[in-house]
Write a protein that binds this ligand. Structure first.
Ligand SMILES: Nc1nc2c(ncn2[C@@H]2O[C@H](COP(=O)(O)OP(=O)(O)OP(=O)(O)O)[C@@H](O)[C@H]2O)c(=O)[nH]1
Ligand SMILES: *[C@@H]1O[C@H](CO)[C@@H](O)[C@H](O)[C@H]1NC(C)=O
Length: 320
């Protein structure tokens, strides 16, 4: 008699806990990202007032490369970064068609207008500006640019110009190796070789401790094999992007990890290539709150995947 009521008690508590945990998960999970109609169009130097439709990721590619630049309040830092990107792409001996897609992440400093003006400096380049109506966060901005890029390969690159744009060539060559002929593949820039060098030592102690915590957590979550998940310089083949980005849910800072977890689940090869890096002033990241948010978001991703609430579906291979 006593043992039955104990059993009932245990079952009741367990049920209650599971329901509570599930509720927390649902409440904490980010709402699906809504794409507004205006965000499916871009403005450019050629068409500054009449927006034109962007290329949906499901469509066949229209150029060799799309550069996606997430930009939040970047009027100050964008000019130099865009300049070096254009210089590099125009100076290539083996010409490569490209488009540059600046995703203004709902900035309030006039990033879109400034970008449009800036694009006028490079009239021969296809520089597209898409303005998100609301600030989504870096993950949401990158995702948006990828979902509307026309490249056979798509690169994400930070507006701060912390990475050397020429290093794209190392990523490109690696992609030729791991994903020849348009196969799915991801090549990520890595700053891991810079650990223990000046760049890292110059970072604050708090930042380094948090970085260490991040790496430990990443090992637990399942992307410990990637030495630098957070580098803002990553190249995707179109077929990889088509599978990964529609399944991305996180608009926040830790979205890179979600992308790598998705690649792993989908069996898409991921390679790491060392790149140059220099810390640029003007980071808008608060490391401490970002770390707490990161931990929460990693748990959300992990549990949503475990419970099958979030799923990545591989694109069916075309029959030759
Ligand atoms: N902080 C922030 N950045 C955003 C947002 N949306 C897009 N971004 C872009 O994301 C990129 C990286 O943002 P940063 O604030 O420079 O990040 P960071 O701390 O400098 O990153 P590190 O270079 O690794 O130090 C930039 O291109 C931003 O413009 C947002 O909502 N917040
Ligand atoms: C963005 O820029 C605007 C205008 O300069 C400023 O008011 C706002 O605080 C900035 N936002 C952030 C998060 O830096």
């Amino acid at each position: 008699m006593d043992s039955t009521s104990l059993l009932y008690g245990v079952v009741a508590v367990a049920t209650f806990s599971v329901i509570s945990l599930y509720t927390v998960l649902v409440v904490w999970s980010p709402a699906p990202i809504i794409t507004r109609d205006s965000e499916k169009k871009y403005r450019s130097h050629a068409s500054p007032t009449t927006p034109r439709p962007l290329t949906p990721l499901e469509d066949p590619s229209t150029v060799k490369l799309t550069v996606v630049i997430p930009a939040y309040n970047e009027t100050e830092r964008l000019p130099a970064m865009l300049g070096s990107a254009v210089d590099h792409l125009m100076s290539l001996k083996k010409k490569r068609t490209f488009e540059i897609l600046i995703v203004d992440d709902g900035s309030s400093d006039g990033t879109s207008a400034a970008s449009l003006k800036l694009a006028g400096k490079y009239p021969n380049c296809d520089i597209r500006i898409v303005t998100l109506e609301k600030n989504l966060g870096k993950g949401g901005a990158v995702r948006h640019g990828m979902l509307f890029g026309g490249g056979e390969r798509l690169l994400m690159a930070d507006a701060d110009g912390a990475s050397r744009f020429e290093d794209l060539e190392s990523l490109w060559e690696e992609m030729d190796k791991i994903a020849p002929g348009g196969a799915p593949g991801v090549v990520v820039g890595s700053r891991a070789h810079l650990v223990k060098t000046e760049v890292v030592v110059k970072r604050s102690l708090l930042r380094n401790i948090l970085m260490y915590g991040l790496h430990t957590t990443l090992r637990i979550v399942g992307v410990g094999h990637i030495r630098d998940t957070q580098c803002g310089f990553k190249l995707f083949s179109r077929s990889a992007a088509q599978q990964i980005f529609p399944a991305q849910h996180l608009p926040t800072w830790i979205f890179d990890v979600e992308l790598l977890l998705l690649a792993k689940q989908l069996g898409i090869p991921v390679a790491e290539v060392s790149i140059e890096w220099h810390e640029v002033a003007g980071s808008k990241l608060n490391v401490f709150s970002a770390s707490l948010q990161m931990l929460r978001d990693l748990l959300i991703v992990r549990f949503n995947h475990l419970l099958g609430r979030w799923k990545a579906t591989p694109v069916k291979k075309k029959v030759e």
